[in-house]
Design a protein around this ligand. Structure first.
Ligand code: FSX
Ligand code: SF4
Ligand code: F3S
Length: 402
């Protein structure tokens, strides 16, 4: 807790955290009573994968901080991790590239987050399950029946609405994606949209969007937690599930449905090249002297000033690197409609249009998808309001640099 707070204020904060801790403890007791036994002993699994107790303690501290909780919650984060495999998960695939699943499963040197995902109680996952056809369909029906109101539905991919949903038919009965989503999501305890496709439509809904692909929320009108990114970061997914296990609810979300603990700040705010931006030291073309020196990528198209995500803080591939560290500007993959609104990807926005960015999102959304897109516009407006102060500051900065 920060030193120097007014004593009354400090007392209030301490009380809030104590109450939150009580809620957390009683919820975790409930979880242990009502959900199936853990499928895996996490500590044995970590040991066999070469993760020491010390690594686990370090991970617990980092995850507690990432979730914006004070250190007193570290034991609860550890306990939630041990109970990770109790939560039944049904994972649906719609119009996408499966990069989200790949990103979560393919690290060469798995850390605690990756191993947690191995323990997850996946009742249905088309890419990973051995079953196919009727057998797979039966797995899905059984999971919904046994875990009605208790399972988490994770949705990967956008939903095409064109031709009454017929651009996407799945399984032996040839159901449309929209039919499956409607049947499954209504029985879930909560729905998590993983990746920008299910969260916002993403590349499937990029202009001219011939299949009328939209986010899961827009397609069937359910609230979702949006783990944005193409692909998203594993930490943001595991953190959201840990939060759910600890508190029985979903984390606070921004106007676009993204957990604030993960998407509350801009790429530009966490960027190691930021001092070069502030000093007007840019890469002007690929391979120039500035590139060799690791200068700012704004002039070769980095959209970090307009993009909200924690990539620079948590990084990818076991914390090894992230796009800007690897030498490529951010393309804004956690933002809605980024293929349309952030283009051209290799240059700054053409008409210095950061000032109009929110208006641009509204217009494109409405033009593309008609009345249903008003939801997106409302969200964009809400986000615009939330970020207004920060955006004012960015406008000033960006102007200075153009
Ligand atoms: Fe989308 Fe996921 Fe991008 Fe791909 O499936 S968020 S296209 S990385 O993988 O949905
Ligand atoms: Fe980093 Fe991009 Fe911002 Fe430059 S413009 S400081 S590279 S986020
Ligand atoms: Fe995406 Fe930008 Fe992060 S492109 S992965 S939000 S650095």
């Amino acid at each position: 807790m920060a030193k120097g707070n007014h004593p009354e204020y400090q007392k209030m904060i301490d009380k809030q955290f104590k109450d939150l801790m009580k809620h957390c403890q009683s919820h975790m007791e409930q979880v242990e009573k009502t959900l199936p036994e853990p499928r895996e002993n996490l500590h044995e699994l970590l040991k066999t994968r070469g993760i020491t107790r010390r690594d686990f303690v370090k991970w617990t501290a980092a995850m507690t901080a990432a979730l914006m909780l004070p250190p007193m919650f570290k034991p609860m984060v550890a306990k939630a991790a041990e109970n990770f495999s109790r939560i039944p998960v049904v994972w649906l695939h719609f119009a996408e590239c499966t990069g989200c699943t790949e990103a979560l499963l393919r690290s060469s040197y798995p850390n605690v987050d990756d191993i947690l995902l191995e323990t997850i109680s996946l009742e249905y996952h088309e890419t990973l399950m051995a079953a196919s056809g009727d057998q797979a369909e039966k797995c899905l029906e059984d999971a919904i029946h046994h875990f009605k109101g208790k399972f988490i539905c994770v949705i990967e991919g956008a939903l095409p609405r064109g031709l009454n949903g017929q651009y996407l038919r799945i399984g032996p009965k040839g159901k449309t994606g929209i039919e499956i989503a409607k049947e499954v999501c209504k029985e879930a305890a909560a729905c998590i949209a993983i990746g920008s496709c299910s969260a916002f439509g993403n590349i499937q809904s990029a202009k001219p969007n011939p299949t009328d692909a939209v986010s899961i929320k827009e397609a069937i009108g359910i609230p979702t937690v949006n783990i944005a990114g193409c692909p998203p970061n594993v930490v943001n997914f595991t953190g959201t599930l840990l939060h759910y296990i600890m508190f029985g609810g979903l984390p606070a979300l921004d106007g676009l449905g993204r957990p604030i603990w993960a998407y509350g700040k801009r790429i530009h705010d966490y960027c190691e090249r930021r001092p070069h931006y502030d000093a007007s030291e840019y890469v002007n073309e690929w391979g120039d002297a500035g590139a060799l020196k690791g200068w700012c990528l704004y002039k070769v198209g980095c959209k970090g000033p307009y993009t909200y995500a924690n990539c620079g803080r948590v990084r990818f591939n076991t914390g090894i690197s992230w796009p800007i560290m690897a030498g490529h500007g951010c393309i804004g993959c956690t933002e809605p409609a980024f293929w349309d609104t952030m283009a051209p990807l290799e240059k700054p926005l053409p008409d210095k249009s950061f000032n109009n960015r929110e208006a641009t999102i509204d217009n494109i959304g409405i033009a593309l998808t008609g009345i249903a897109a008003l939801g997106i516009a409302a969200h964009a407006t809400a986000t615009a309001l939330r970020h207004k102060d920060e955006d004012q500051a960015t406008k000033q900065e960006v102007k200075q640099h153009e």
